[in-house]
Design a protein around this ligand. Structure first.
Ligand SMILES: Nc1ncnc2c1ncn2[C@@H]1O[C@H](COP(=O)(O)OP(=O)(O)OP(=O)(O)O)[C@@H](O)[C@H]1O
Ligand SMILES: [Mg+2]
Length: 450
């Protein structure tokens, strides 16, 4: 039992690998292949079984007619009756021609022919006539020539049109069948397309949602229940998702905002205290916290309602580089391929700016490089600084994590730069990862789907 299941599974896997990848094509195959098979089978059956039977009957009837002619000729051998017989053979028995001549029929050896009709006639003659005969199916004109020994010195020669021996318009039958099949095939394609359009829409919408792009509301009115359900589920998911993201950002922004007031109060109280190393340390901590909160608030604000738009990424790179060069930094930019993508330009600019700022803070020069692949654009930001130990690669993405422990605002930021960069990339359906740079420092890789 399990062997069968195994075999089935293997066949299914094979078919899966070797059949077209679109649902449309597959559905069509699933419908059309059995239909064509059925039709071919029934056509074959019709021709081979019924067709043979009909030809066989017609051949037997022909031999009966010939026997009648022979009987008449034997019974009325005079010349007048000869014309009479020939005439009736032509007009009433639908023979092309009938001729009586003296002589002997040549010996007949059945050839290896593929002519079903002639074969049937030969069979019928052998079975039902019991006289020497000669059969020729190569006389052309859609006729069959038969010679039969009527009496000792006389031969009857008849030409039989094939029309008398076949059951007619098989061509029309085939044509009707093919035509009907084509019409049904066309209808099937049309209906199938209609059913599949919503699924395509759903795929496009899900893809756009994953890339953080605007997804218009949609509801399937027509279509199958399964597809409508999937559409509704997607719509609900989309709404819940955006609601939960919004809620998270708003809550954190609220908390940060509320923390500002007590912090300000603490700052004031500290200023009133007499100066000592302890109060200095406390004041530094408070300033640090303030800095972090400002950073977070800026982040939460930025996450607002920016819409995606088609932009040229290379413009953004040049902008960021120009900004850095104003501070006398060495930044190079180069890219390969089409840099036009749909994304949130301000957010992406912020992401790249953060990375370049990191690079310049830790190294002397930065290199921005971008290449377009089949499904994504890969942006690398390299620097010649000290880099990051590999086991800390994931840590630095966590909010407020900084590797230099100095906690000094002058030498470092708040530790949100990479967090924000990754958040932005992920909201576009991409990601940010770290690696070693050929320049000696850190390489940050930003991948954005296109
Ligand atoms: N290019 C780099 N080379 C070496 N270390 C880096 C590099 N980029 C980041 N780091 C390390 O990762 C830590 C986290 O970086 P991140 O950008 O998140 O924060 P930050 O730069 O300290 O502050 P912010 O970017 O918010 O001003 C940094 O403190 C630094 O130690
Ligand atoms: Mg930074």
């Amino acid at each position: 039992m399990s062997k069968f299941a195994d075999l089935f599974e293997r066949v299914a896997t094979w078919a899966d690998r070797h059949s077209p990848q679109t649902l449309f094509a597959r559905a069509l195959i699933i419908i059309v292949v059995p239909m064509l098979l059925l039709q071919a089978l029934s056509a074959w059956w019709f021709y081979s079984q019924r067709g043979d039977n009909v030809t066989n009957r017609l051949a037997l009837l022909l031999v009966r007619d010939l026997r009648l002619l022979i009987a008449m000729r034997t019974e009325f051998p005079d010349d007048e009756h000869r014309y009479w017989i020939i005439n009736h053979g032509r007009t009433d028995l639908l023979l092309s021609s009938v001729r009586f001549r003296s002589g002997i029929v040549p010996p007949f050896q059945s050839p290896a022919y593929f002519d079903i009709v002639a074969r049937e006639v030969q069979g019928a003659l052998e079975a039902d006539l019991r006289r020497p005969f000669y059969l020729n199916n190569t006389v052309g004109n859609d006729q069959l020539m038969i010679e039969i020994q009527v009496s000792d010195g006389e031969v009857m020669e008849v030409y039989v049109p094939y029309l008398r021996l076949t059951f007619g318009s098989s061509f029309a039958y085939v044509l009707a069948q093919v035509g009907l099949a084509l019409v049904l095939f066309g209808l099937a394609i049309w209906f199938m397309r209609r059913e599949l359009v919503p699924i395509e829409h759903l795929g496009v919408a899900a893809d756009a949602l994953g890339k953080g792009r605007d997804v218009p509301d949609f509801a399937f009115k027509g279509g199958t229940r399964e597809v409508r359900n999937a559409g509704t589920a997607f719509q609900t998911m989309k709404i819940r998702l955006s609601r939960s993201i919004q809620q998270r950002t708003e809550m954190l922004a609220g908390v940060s905002h509320d923390l500002r007031t007590p912090l300000t109060r603490m700052k004031l109280s500290l200023a009133l205290l007499p100066e000592s190393p302890e109060t200095k340390e406390l004041a530094d901590d408070v300033a640090d916290m303030e800095h972090m909160i400002e950073g977070y608030l800026a982040f939460a604000r930025g996450e607002g309602d920016e819409e995606t738009a088609p932009v040229d990424l290379s413009d953004i790179f040049e902008d960021v580089a120009a900004g850095a060069r104003r501070d006398n930094a060495e930044v190079t930019v180069n890219w390969m391929g089409d840099m036009n993508v749909e994304l949130r330009p301000i957010a992406i600019k912020r992401c790249i700016t953060n990375l370049v700022a990191n690079a310049l803070r830790h190294g002397k020069r930065a290199e921005i490089h971008a290449t377009r692949g089949k499904t994504s654009i890969e942006i690398t930001v390299d620097d010649d600084g000290p880099g990051i130990p590999e086991d800390r690669y994931e840590d630095v993405f966590r909010p407020f994590v900084r590797l230099d422990e100095s906690r000094n605002i002058d030498t470092g930021g708040s530790g949100l730069g990479l967090t924000i960069a990754r958040d932005i990339a992920r909201s576009h359906g991409g990601d940010v990862t770290l690696a070693k740079s050929p320049l000696g420092g850190l390489r940050v890789v930003v991948r954005l789907p296109v």
